[in-house]
Write a protein that binds this ligand. Sequence first.
Ligand code: FEO
Ligand code: CA
Ligand code: CA
Length: 626
Amino acid sequence: MHHNEPTDLQRLALSRRRFIGCGALAGAALFLAGTPLGRSALARTATSTPLLGFANVAASTADTITLPPGYRFDVLISWGQPLHADSVNYRGDGSHTAAEQLGQFGENNDGMSLFPWPDDPDRALMAINNEYCNYPYLLQHGQSPQSLEDVRKAQAAVGVTVIEVRRDSNGAWRFVQGSPYNRRLHANLPMAFGGPARGHELLRTEADPEGVAPIGTFQNCANGMTPWGTYLTCEENFSDCFGSRDPQLALTPAQKRYSVKLDGASDNRWHLYDERFDIARHPNELNRHGWVVEIDPFDPQSTPVKRTALGRFKHENAAITLSRDGRVVVYMGDDERGEFIYKFVSRDRFQPSNAAANRQLLDHGDLYVACLDGQSLQPRGEGRWIRLRFGENGLTPENGFSDQGEVLIHARAAGSQVSATRMDRPEWIAVSPVDGQVYCTLTNNVQRGSEGQPLDGANPRANNLYGQILRWREDGDDAAAESFSWDLFVIAGNPVVHPGSRNAGSANIDADNMFNSPDGLAFDPDGRLWIQTDGNYSNSGDYAGMGNNQMLCADPLSGEIRRFLVGPVGCEITGVAFAADRRAMFIGVQHPGEGGGSSFPDHRPEMRPRSSVVVIRRDDGGIIGA
Ligand code: FEO
Ligand code: CA
Ligand code: CA
């Protein structure tokens, strides 16, 4: 699995495992300064084929998808597209009812996975997140919800959509309307809890006094795909859907920790029309969201399960790998300013030939949170995974934790209790198929440098506008290790506007490939690292010359980064999946025309812009990126 042997210096460094907490790491950081943990130790040999085989794409503000020469795109599916044989055709004006939306592709597609058909290379299922709503386009009146019907339509437009896709004789992938596998999993669909917090007092409500049957999923950001063929959807900004009609309500510390706002913190306004989302009436409903949810796309009747062992926070994605002894390891970021990076290690081993046993793997195991050194401000150092287990490391009743269920429900508080490292908004995490190193986008953080968020080596810039990508190698190249060494793979910046300063970015950023706010992140099987952005697309000031949001591709060994794709006006590029033969790449175009100015993908003035999944192919049918 993991091929690169550590150097002698690395072995020496990695053997220093005596520190016990974040406060004791400064010495280790100084010791490590100058050790070759970065790409110089892993330089690609001169005889190997270059990993990046396409020409860099210039920044653009065009309202289309721009690709390198020799590439083309097709739109696979867009918001409002009818899923079933009897679903209503999309009208383009926001006039659909909630009931009609339930039979159509959801809004704001985000993370997605492709599940190859067992015995047919031209057939697959895709599970695609529908994160949140663009109300100016979703609702005909163009305002935030003004009625229960509006809220019901929003709830019908979010969650996850499962679709069947097929490749035609010309090599183009097409969505199959009417497939019995097509399914919308939305905010009012009955689900189940699994894991240690199932049935916990904090998960019980009037509607579910046992605390075992949550309703719905929403704010589904990114994703994961298990080795046993299920989909993981990750609930991110769930608190944006809650609020209260009671303006006098005092928020609890736990509610504040998840950034709940009485007036809803967003334009959802669900709490005004759907009592379930009023935290004064149903305070525990909030605790039933913020989880990773496991879905079987091959069984349209299956009940999704919220896997509580993976912790409750604002989940970005779930990057899955196996430990050396075959246990399942899930890396997860919590995307809010100053929040943490986590990993789950299963108790039991993955069994390739025992599908039933694998369905319980994510219910038993340990959740860990990352603690990095780096007070020296060196862009490399060591770190430790601190186990979040009730009774250990101060996770005790005197500190407000009554049992393991509460540790998981209040995972952020547990992370703070063990002094985990506050990061610059952890977004996606990806594990290299070549050497097992783990990469995490830290998208930006305007609060860095303020109270409680001092600069450190992994988060080295105050008012971080551009973001960076953190990378770590687990000790012994074992994903279940309790310690690791890390460095920064890239520090984004603008070397034209800020030459010679920290905001110019690292050496692998130049005027031709600069970007801000890395977010989506995935490896293809050859080890190319694909980077998607969700950043400032003003193309001015600090962001001059960066153009629209985009997708880049990096060679992890040389550090080279090339721009591969630029999206249409106002979008972010998010979500990526590959056909099994890698002759097609599926990417997500989310919220084109946010704030106006786009007619993607229909390019007809009477049609509203709409989020879409797009398929990228090469004219010569070759492997994407090669
Ligand atoms: Fe849904 Fe952190 O992006
Ligand atoms: Ca994201
Ligand atoms: Ca983002």
